[in-house]
Every structure is written in structure tokens, then in C-alpha cells.
Design a protein around this ligand. Structure first.
Ligand SMILES: [Zn+2]
Length: 326
């Protein structure tokens, strides 16, 4: 038996069930919220809203969500823990740092940033912070991280992005906890993940989800990444601003047709509340919600040649295998 940590404690990976590999409960900017709290409003009302939404996800057949909300996205585990106690769905939480450019200021004069001044190699405190979140739990809650997370977007491999990426790779090698990386397939940043994390740091690509792979329709590029051994995160269904429902779904169908259902996971990158988006804009994203895949994507692809078995592979078997490890 293999176990994975959730916000309610360890669960058998055989019990993960139908799993959405990239959904947030909340995405927040804590220092803005602390100083301008009227946007967030009443804490109890937000928690109650999250409980209702997550119960509805469970009713749709989903049994687990992986919430890759880390430093830079407003992670606050006491709130997630309280919500997890009131819902049936499993919530797997993550550790890591989310940035497209610099490491957070907290790290600017710590660890390797001091190498030159001190004339010696200083280990990165990020690595210990991530490992502690995985082995001892997060901020005294007892909740342990089940996933590592970093990001590389269109700015590419900045020094801050590279620093976080290497720290995540080292924490993975120390713990075996798998990794999800926010990538930007339009500029093929998955290839930089391969160079830094796999070729140089030694991470097995099968332990990495290349998140947001479904943001491109370039199936040849996706095939190249899958052939390198990565899991592809087709994990932004419903965010149809720069693309369309059909473009995302047809890309999934084509990758299944090419034989990659055993290397894809499905999700929506949705949340109960994200303070990055003007609430008025949400009206233009009606499909960006937790049940869009079950309600709309699955029926669409089933009608166009994808089998129920292949759906189950992507929603059940690949997540379980990913957390089981080698
Ligand atoms: Zn996300």
C-alpha cells in the first residue's frame, strides 16, 4: 500500500478515486487582503461558500483535488484544514514557490544570494522549507504537503525561476514527493524544465506534471514532451479567454488519438475565489468552474472518439500512478 498526504491526513493512493490534479480553493494576495479586507468580505461566508462548492464537486463524482496553492499564491493551510474537516472530498496541498520572475524578497539575501559576499556555497533555505512542509507538516497544522510546485512562464528561465526550480528538484530528490510545474507551452518552457530539473538535477520526468500543457494546440510539441516522459497537465479547461472550448477539447482528443491518454491528467485551475480577477470579469468565463470537465468536456470528447476507459485512465489511473511513484 502506498499513501499520500491530504489535508485530513494520509490516504491510500487506491482511494484517491477520480482526481482533479490542479484546482485551487483560494488564490489570494495576503498583504493586499490584510489591508483592504472588504474585497474578501466575511471569513465565515467565504469558508461556507467553499464548503458548498466542494460538496457539489464530490456530488459530481470527483473524490480528490490537488491544490497547488503555494508561496506567491496566498497559501493559508489553517483555513484549508478547517474546510477539509467539513467536506467529503480529499484535498491534497502543496509546497513550493510561484513566480515568473524573481524569488520573493524574503529570499533575496539568504542562501545562495550570499555566496559571493561570503565566498562560500550557502545552501538554499527554500529546500529545507519545502522538505519540512513534506515531512513535518505546514506551520504547525500537522497537514503535510503531497506535491511540490514551481513555475516558468513566458519570461523564461530568469535567475529567480531557476533558483526555485532547483530547490524544488532537490526537495523532490530528498522526499520523493512529485512535482507540478506551471509552464507556458506557447514559448515551450517545458523544454527548460527538462534541461534544469531532469538533465541537470536528475529528476525522473515521469514525476513531473507539466501544468497548463493544454494551453497550446501544438500537438507535436506536446508529443515531444510526452515522449520525454513527462505527464501533461491538460488542466485549464474552462479558461477560454485566449482560446476556445473546442480548441482545448480537440487538442485533448488528438493527443488521446496519438496514444497519450496514459500520460495526461485533466483539471480546470478553478477556485472558489481568486483575487487576481475582477469579479465582473468572471461573468465572461462561465465555464471556469470545478465541474466543467464532468459536465461539458467529458460528454464532448466521448462523442468524438475518446472512450470511457481512456477518461478513467486520465482521471483515476494516471493520478494514482503519479503519486505511487516508481
Ligand atoms: Zn493554478
Amino acid at each position: 500500500m502506498s499513501t499520500i498526504e491530504s489535508a485530513r491526513g494520509p490516504i491510500d493512493t487506491a482511494d484517491l478515486g477520480t482526481t482533479l490534479m490542479h484546482e485551487h480553493v483560494f488564490v489570494l494576495t495576503p498583504d493586499v487582503q490584510q489591508n483592504f479586507p472588504e474585497n474578501w468580505g466575511d471569513e465565515d461566508a467565504r469558508v461556507e461558500d467553499a464548503v458548498q462548492r466542494l460538496e457539489a464537486v464530490y456530488d459530481s463524482g470527483i473524490r480528490t483535488i490537488v491544490d497547488p496553492t503555494v508561496i506567491g499564491l496566498g497559501r493559508y493551510i489553517p483555513r484549508i484544514q478547517a474546510i477539509a474537516e467539513r467536506v467529503r472530498i480529499n484535498i491534497v496541498v502543496a509546497t513550493g514557490v510561484y513566480t515568473y520572475e524573481d524569488a520573493p524578497f524574503f529570499f533575496h539575501y539568504r542562501g545562495p544570494a550570499l555566496n559571493e559576499a561570503l565566498g562560500m556555497e550557502i545552501p538554499d533555505p527554500m529546500v529545507d522549507m519545502f522538505v519540512t512542509d513534506i515531512t513535518d507538516g505546514i506551520a504547525g497544522t500537522g497537514v503535510k504537503a503531497g506535491m511540490l510546485k514551481c513555475a516558468i512562464d513566458s519570461p523564461g528561465l530568469t535567475s529567480g525561476v531557476e533558483r526555485v526550480m532547483r530547490a524544488v528538484a532537490k526537495a523532490h530528490l530528498a522526499t520523493g514527493t512529485p512535482i507540478t510545474v506551471h509552464t507556458h507551452p506557447g514559448t515551450q518552457t517545458g523544454l527548460l524544465v527538462k534541461r534544469v530539473m531532469c538533465d541537470e538535477e536528475g529528476v525522473d520526468p515521469s514525476r513531473i506534471v507539466l501544468g497548463h500543457s493544454g494551453d497550446t494546440t501544438d500537438c507535436d510539441h506536446l508529443q515531444e514532451l510526452a515522449d520525454a516522459g513527462f505527464v501533461l497537465g491538460m488542466d485549464r479547461f474552462g479558461i477560454n479567454l485566449d482560446t476556445t472550448f473546442e480548441a482545448r477539447a480537440d487538442t485533448l482528443i488528438e493527443m488521446v488519438r496519438r496514444g497519450y491518454s496514459h500520460q495526461m491528467v485533466l483539471s480546470q485551475d478553478a477556485s472558489c475565489y481568486i483575487d487576481w480577477v475582477d469579479p465582473n470579469v468572471m461573468a465572461f468565463l462561465p465555464q471556469w468552474n470545478y465541474t466543467h470537465i464532468v459536465d461539458e468536456v467529458v460528454p464532448y470528447v466521448l462523442e468524438r472518439g475518446v472512450s470511457q476507459e481512456q477518461i478513467d485512465t486520465m482521471l483515476v489511473d494516471v493520478p494514482r500512478r503519479f503519486f505511487d511513484g516508481p
